[in-house]
Design a binder for this molecule. Structure first.
Ligand code: LLP
Length: 453
C-alpha cells in the first residue's frame, strides 16, 4: 500500500520536542520531568522494567477511535456495523475491547478466527474474508457460526454452499466486488482492467453472475455486497466514487434478480498520520462521506438504504502504539550518516524495508529536548536493509537511551517475524497509570517449540 515514494530531500534537524510530535503519538502522551509518558506510565521506567524491544499501546486511544467510528457513522444512519480489521493488530485483549465497544471483528484467516473464538466474541459479530480461504477455514467458519463470510470467488461459493448443506445450516454471505476504483494515498484511479486478485469485477459481468449464483445456491443467504479499495487513503473522494459505483450495482442487482441488497460493506482504508505534516481525513468526515454518500446514492436510485459496514484497521490502532527500543551502539560515519542501532528491527517492524514507510522517532528520556541531529535508526539483523527509521530527526543519542518509534500500533506486531531467531517483542497496554502485558515477550522455548528434532 505504500504511497508513491518520491526522492526525499535531505533531512535536517527540526528541533521538535515530544510536544511537537503529539499528532503521531497516542492521545494520552505527555511530557513529565523531561520524559515521555503514555497512559500515565513513564516510558523510560517501563522500558527498564519490562525490557525492550517492546510494543506499547494506549488502551484509551484504541477505545476512543472505535467509539468515534461508532458515533460518526451511526450519526448518519443507525444501522452501521464497525468491523475492526484484526490484521492491523490482534490479541485476546484486543478482541475484548472490540466486544466491549459494541464492534465486530473482521478475520482474514482461520488463525484470526481462532482469536475471536478464544476471546469469546459473539460469532454473529465476526466476518471472515480472504481470496483463498481453504476448505478447512470454510469449515471453521460454518462450525463456529460466523455472522458473514465475504465470498471472493466461484469455487469458494460452491464449496461453501455444499458444506453448509452438509451441515444443515445457512450461511450469510457478502459478495466482494471490485468497483474498479483504486485509491492511492491522495487520489483515486479508475482501473478499467480490474486487475486484482480480490473479488468479482463489474465489467465482465462476473459480480452479477456471483450474486445470481449466491441467490440460487442452497445453504447460502445472499446478504449483500463488499468492497475494499485500499489502505492509508487520505482522499475521501475515492470512497465517494466507489460508493457511486457500488450503489449503481445494487440497483442492477435489484433490477435483474428482484433481490434487495441488505448490507453494503465499504471496507477499511482510512489513512493516519505517520509524519507530523500528514493530514489524514477525520473519522467524522469519513462517516459523512461514506454513510451520507450511500444514503444519497440510494435515494437517487430509489433504493431502500441498506445496513452498512465499515472495516477500519490502521486508523484504530496505528497512532495508539509506539515501539520502545534501547540504544546499543552508535556508529558515526563522518560526512555520511549516524547509525543508531537498537535491539529490534525488521523482525518487529518490516514496514520500513517493505514499503519504504517513514516514522517519527524521539528519545523518551530526552523528550523535552529538541531533535538536534539526524540519525538512522537501524535494527540488529544481518541485512543492510534492516532500518527502522531512515534519516530521523532525533535528540542526540547515547548508549542506553530509550528510542521511541511513533505510530507503530498497526501492521507491525501483526507482521512481525522471527528472522535471525529473534524473539518477538511483547505487547503492553497502558491505561490510567498502570501497565499490563497483553502479549508476553517470546522466549527461546517459544522459538524451539514447533521443532520436531
Ligand atoms: N478490509 C479489508 C478487506 C482489507 O483487506 C483491509 C486491509 C482492511 C479492511 C483494513 O484496512 P485499513 O483500515 O487497515 O487500511 N500491511 C499493509 C496494509 C495492508 C492492508 C490490507 N488490507 C501495511 O502495513 O500498510
Amino acid at each position: 500500500m505504500a504511497g508513491p515514494s518520491a526522492p526525499r530531500p535531505p533531512v535536517q534537524p527540526d528541533h521538535k520536542t515530544a510536544l511537537d510530535l503529539l499528532p503521531v503519538l497516542p492521545m494520552t502522551a505527555e511530557v513529565r520531568s523531561g520524559r515521555l509518558w503514555i497512559g500515565g506510565v513513564d516510558m523510560v521506567g517501563l522500558a527498564r522494567e519490562a525490557g525492550t524491544a517492546l510494543y506499547v499501546m494506549d488502551e484509551e486511544h484504541i477505545r476512543s477511535q472505535l467509539r468515534d467510528y461508532v458515533k460518526w457513522t451511526r450519526y448518519h444512519w443507525p444501522e452501521v456495523d464497525v468491523v475492526y480489521a484484526g490484521k492491523a493488530f490482534l490479541s485476546l485483549a484486543m478482541v475484548n475491547i472490540v466486544a466491549e465497544e459494541d464492534c465486530c471483528l473482521l478475520c482474514a484467516s482461520g488463525g484470526e478466527l481462532a482469536y475471536a473464538i478464544r476471546g469469546g466474541l459473539p460469532m454473529e459479530r465476526v466476518q471472515v474474508h480472504g481470496n483463498n480461504k481453504t476448505p478447512a477455514e470454510l469449515a471453521e467458519c460454518l462450525d463456529a457460526g460466523v455472522g458473514r463470510v465475504v465470498v471472493d470467488n466461484f469455487v469458494e461459493l460452491e464449496r461453501l454452499s455444499a458444506m453448509a448443506v452438509e451441515r444443515g445450516v445457512t450461511q450469510k454471505v457478502l459478495i466482494r466486488v471490485t468497483p474498479g476504483v483504486a485509491a492511492d494515498t491522495h487520489d483515486f484511479i479508475m482501473t478499467g482492467a480490474e486487475d486484482s486478485k480480490f473479488g468479482f469485477g463489474l465489467n465482465q459481468g462476473l459480480a452479477m453472475e456471483a450474486v445470481k449464483r449466491a441467490v440460487e445456491l442452497p445453504g447460502i443467504d445472499f446478504d449483500g455486497l463488499h468492497m475494499h479499495i485500499g489502505s492509508q487513503i487520505f482522499a475521501l473522494h475515492s470512497f465517494a466514487k466507489a460508493i457511486e459505483v457500488m450503489v449503481g450495482f445494487m440497483r442492477d442487482v435489484t433490477n435483474e434478480t428482484g433481490e434487495h441488497v441488505r448490507m453494503l460493506d465499504v471496507g477499511g482504508g482510512l489513512g493516519v498520520a505517520y509524519g507530523v505534516p500528514d493530514e489524514p481525513s477525520t473519522i467524522k468526515d469519513f462517516g459523512k462521506v461514506v454513510v451520507d454518500g450511500i444514503k444519497e446514492e440510494c435515494e437517487r436510485h430509489g433504493l431502500p438504504v441498506p445496513r452498512m459496514a465499515v472495516e477500519p484497521g490502521r486508523s484504530i490502532v496505528a497512532n495508539a502504539g509506539v515501539t520502545l527500543y534501547t540504544v546499543g551502539a552508535i556508529k558515526e560515519i563522518p560526512g555520511v550518516r549516524t547509525y543508531v542501532a537498537v535491539d529490534g528491527g525488521m523482525s518487529d517492524n518490516i514496514r520500513t524495508s517493505l514499503y519504504d514507510a517513514h516514522y517519527e522517532a524521539l528519545i523518551a528520556n530526552k523528550a523535552d529536548q529538541p531533535r538536534e541531529m539526524v540519525a538512522t535508526v537501524a535494527g540488529k539483523h544481518c541485512e543492510s536493509g534492516d532500518i527502522v527509521v531512515r534519516d530521523a530527526p532525533l535528540q542526540c543519542p547515547e548508549i542506553d537511551d530509550v528510542v521511541v518509534v511513533c505510530s507503530t500500533g498497526a501492521y507491525c506486531q501483526s507482521m512481525a517475524s522471527n528472522y535471525n531467531k529473534q524473539v518477538r517483542p511483547g505487547v503492553v497496554f497502558v491505561c490510567d497509570g498502570d501497565w499490563r502485558w497483553v502479549v508476553r515477550r517470546e522466549t527461546y522455548d517459544d522459538l524451539l517449540r514447533p521443532d520436531c528434532g
